[in-house]
Design a binder for this molecule. Sequence first.
Ligand code: DSN
Length: 426
Amino acid sequence: MKRDSQIFDLIQAECQRQTSGIELIASENFVSNSVMEAMGSVLTNKYAEGYPGKRYYGGCQIVDQTESIAIERIKTLFGAEWANVQPHSGAQANMAVLLTCLKPRDVFMGLDLAHGGHLSHGSPVNSSGILYKPVAYSVEEATGTINYDKMEEVALRERPKLIIGGASAYSRDWDWKRMREIADKINAILMGDISHPAGLIARGLLNNAVQYCHIITTTTHKTLRGPRGGLILMGKDFENPWGLTTPKGEIKKMSQLLDSAVFPGIQGGPLEHVIAAKAVAFGEALSDDYLNYITQVKKNAQVMSQTFVDLGYKVISGGTDNHLMLIDLRQKFPNLTGKLAENTLVQADITINKNMVPFDSRTPFTTSGIRVGTPAITTRGLKENDMHLIVELLDDVLSHIDDTNTIEKVKKKVNQMMSTRKLFAW
Ligand code: DSN
């Protein structure tokens, strides 16, 4: 069979881009060789609609085992009683939970997208905002943190059936206990979308969302360092006290409702090659090596955010508890947009993403902020001292935004720094 050189060459070019640059996008990471091997395996050839032991196709005896191993490992990792590892993405996992818990036009509550929330938590252009009625809680302008008293006020006034905690760009820990108390006051279901900090929660470095939320969703490719995908967990499965039903009107346990919302509710055949890769990643996340890694992710983020502060940047909320930070560029560079910062840093082989900051004066396409995270660079083996250097390089570019000599000089330093750091070092 002739190789498709057009695509192969582009994959090689992307490999070179990833290898030679500094990756600071907070939601990205680099998987291990073993995860990559499982994703690129013959399991991609298999149809397996249904669940282990209850499939609509023959020949599922092997993928039944890989999927069951993925389920058992993720349950062990989070101390959970139940898991569904089939969601193709975090947005799909969230969609399945909303389909389970809400009827069209029911009210639910999530963090304001402009304050760090996620599209699938009620954006008007997402199915969550099109089919249901979202109301939002927000962060305080002065502190950049969530005010749980105000969250409770919104909840008592709007009486959402579902409350979602979790964010795309929030650097502080979540008070899941308080959120559960708020949910219980109005008999709402509490869902924690822990896509970003999942790895830190799994290994005890942040508050335990699984203990307090009825339902947890997460992606598998961010701090968890697995293949691109999603999953749903419950700390404890339970009889559903809200009278939620299947489309046929049957009242079932939450696990059965969630399973049938994923398949056949919103998905068809599961991606068994990705599910096997999830199993590999979950096995890795249970190891001592991963605990060292995720501990270093947090240390690196703390050093990085302090270095930004020392260089005169405004870090929203003043720092970070997790793996990311949100920087309001307006304090140091009033005229610099997040968009220009992102585009210019890419020329120096430093990748970040532009991001709205709370109470932003600019649009989501320009933004006044950038979001920066440490999961990917920590996988490449970088430590606290490297964080100082990275922020200085980034600052050099942003301070000389039109100066091609500076950009070229920084790019050389970036490439030099990463030249000894293999992409598949583990
Ligand atoms: N796009 C993801 C992120 O960057 O946080 C969320 O879906």
